[in-house]
Design a protein around this ligand. Sequence first.
Ligand code: KIV
Length: 282
Amino acid sequence: MKKRLTRFDLQNMKESGKKVVWITSYDYWTAQFAEQAGMDMILVGDSLGMCIYGYEGTIPVTMDQCIYHSEAVRRGAPNTFIIGDMPFLSYQVNVDEAVRNAGRFFKEARVDAIKLEGGRRVCPQIKAIADGGMLVMGHIGLTPQSSGQLGGFKAQGRTAKTAMELIEDAKAIQQAGAFTLLVEAVPPEVCKIIRDQLTIPVYSIGAGVDADGQLMIVSDLLGIFQAFTPKFVKRYANLGEETLKALIAYVEDVRSGRFPDPVHTYNMAEGELPQLMAALKK
Ligand code: KIV
């Protein structure tokens, strides 16, 4: 049976140069496949707002939605390290709300860690959650919850000045007590500097190969999410196209009477049909 990793395993993997592989998952069956595939970690991302609920972004996502989906993922992947994603306004208002909401993920969905977005300005929350005995992952670079302030879903840290800001954020997040850091949509050189300067594991989504591991959004990887495809996404399947083909075939089969055919129907027990017909005639 697969063994669920601990923070110490993740730290050892950084030190021995073994890459951590992880994806997002929002439901039971994807989580089952992720565990079977040998995924090191799963993020129940607030990207579920777009991938599951069809919102334009992550802002409308609620704590309850994140908890429901995290519970389902835990049931599908009991032996995988699972990270719950703190949705917009679950930690920004104050430190007390941040600790209480982080705690819900652990109590109700049995996650192993939580993640929240932001640099130095969320360090008080990171410290308070870590002081509460919980594992916290930081997330810098393109932080979708503040995409309005960033001017859209754009790569970050592309100038020396903004790269320095990210490096300072990363150091502060480690100092505040985060056990890992995710860097999103940042040039690989900047992610490498951050990885080299921090002692905690630094993971990438769209931040190049020189990180301690890679995250992908499952709906992008499988070719399900159709609205847009970021530059850093590599599609490993086209389930969107396969799904559409299958549904069209089903529609055509039913309308033309090809389905259900005898192979997909039940036979009456031996000798029962004549008896039924006789009974109906009485
Ligand atoms: O919600 C999510 O899936 C994320 C990734 C974009 C990093 O936070």
